[in-house]
Ligand binder design. Structure first.
Ligand code: BGC
Length: 395
């Protein structure tokens, strides 16, 4: 039932995306549609619909458009009013957007932070106003955050690292294989988890000499990509190729923490790589962005770690309802909600400050390759196959 709703919403969402066209970073306010059934906690004592403020980082990275639309549609379908903002990857703008939501008197905030450290003041303001906060996908380092909803970020990295280990058959092959590393935005709390998860798989083979990072760049700070920007990732990859691989030295694998960075690395390899194995380089990713699924089909990227953000929105909605209804929140929410996907209640992994664990609901990521793309993405209804044979978001 929840999945059917998510798929229906995916359909509405693709229309909404068409409508927002040029991708202007924007604010939109909406009132609930008339036909949806209103959930118990969606109205105040006076019968007015409660309002949920949804603050997303940017429209320039594909997934946040999907997240913003799913959240907007699902909260509205449950009878809430919504205010949705995208802050153009500009922290000051996100602070401003959230301050406006507080001034509008929202009943709950769902925030995916551009910079997990930079929202302190505005989170304190929300806390003082008694507004519960759900940190969505990215944790915010502030104790006013009530709960965290995300995928298991460390496992995302583990899956990427394992993919490289298994595909190169490092347990049995002597190598050495050459590898380079591209991580995410240091301001995003997730980025370190992705990188650590992957490195915990790769490091033993680096230590053994079976994997060689030819550039020598292995520290998170050296391999990070500000704002997860494709162009930035491409330029760094071009520099590495020019400095260490121009003589035809082969790179065998390139760990990329997500699809926007994988896109940049793939572009650099297509334009600037001199080695003979261009078609066989393993490149990892995360998200299932449409451009990357095309590259996977064309053999230019090897895998992506898919995270069903429609389900992340479902968890966020059910958690928000429970908060607004004053229900007890622990792992019992999982069973009570009847989700048809896996989600763990975690009270160990994420801290908003020293000594304060942030209770978290963590969904399970999944590896997608050309071999299982149909089964994982098309048969599940998340994408359809377009006329040109490439995947498009379900319509
Ligand atoms: C998300 C990833 C995404 C990245 C860049 C991270 O916080 O978890 O799914 O690829 O941000 O948008």
């Amino acid at each position: 039932m929840k999945k059917a709703l998510a798929l229906l919403l995916a359909a509405c969402m693709s229309l909404a995306l068409v409508a927002c066209g040029g991708g202007d970073e924007s604010t939109s306010g909406s009132t609930p549609g008339g036909s949806a059934s209103t959930s118990q906690g969606a109205t105040s004592a006076t019968g007015e619909a409660k309002t949920v403020g949804i603050s997303m980082p940017t429209q320039s990275l594909e997934r946040w458009n999907r997240d913003g639309s799913y959240l907007d549609e699902q909260f509205q379908a449950a009878g809430y009013e919504t205010i949705v903002t995208y802050s153009d990857n500009d922290t000051n703008r996100q602070v401003n957007d959230i301050q406006n939501m507080i001034a509008e008197g929202v009943d709950l905030l769902v925030v995916s932070a551009i910079d997990g450290e930079a929202l302190n003041t505005v989170m304190n303001e929300a806390g003082e106003a008694g507004i519960p906060i759900i940190a969505y996908d990215r944790l915010i380092m502030n104790d006013n955050v009530s709960y965290y909803v995300s995928f298991d970020n460390y496992t995302v990295g583990t899956l990427q690292g394992q993919y490289i280990v298994e595909t190169l058959d490092l347990a049995n092959q002597a190598g050495p294989f050459n590898i380079e590393l591209t991580a995410g935005d240091p301001a995003d709390n997730n980025a370190g988890y992705f990188f650590q998860g992957a490195m915990d798989q790769l490091q033993p083979y680096i230590d053994e000499g079976k994997l060689v990072v030819v550039s020598g760049q292995t520290d998170f700070d050296a391999v990070a990509t500000a704002a997860w920007d494709t162009q930035t990732a491409m330029e760094r990859a071009q520099n590495i190729l020019a400095s260490y691989y121009a003589d035809g030295t082969q790179v065998d694998a390139w760990l990329c923490s997500n699809d926007s960075t994988a896109l940049g690395v793939t572009q650099a390899i297509q334009s600037d790589y001199a080695g003979a194995n261009k078609a066989d380089i393993l490149i990892t990713g995360q998200d299932g962005d449409v451009a990357n699924l095309k590259n996977i089909k064309d053999g230019l990227q090897s895998m992506t770690v898919y995270k069903a953000v429609a389900n992340e929105a479902v968890v966020t909605l059910d958690l928000a309802k429970a908060i607004l209804e004053g229900a007890t929140i622990d792992e019992s929410l999982i069973e009570a909600s009847g989700w048809d996907f896996d989600c763990a209640y975690d009270v160990e992994s994420y801290s908003t400050s020293e000594g304060r664990i942030c209770p978290s609901f963590l969904l399970v990521p999944d590896v997608v390759t050309t071999d299982n793309m149909q089964e994982k993405l098309v048969d599940t209804g998340y994408y359809t196959v377009g006329d040109d044979g490439y995947l498009v978001a379900a319509a």
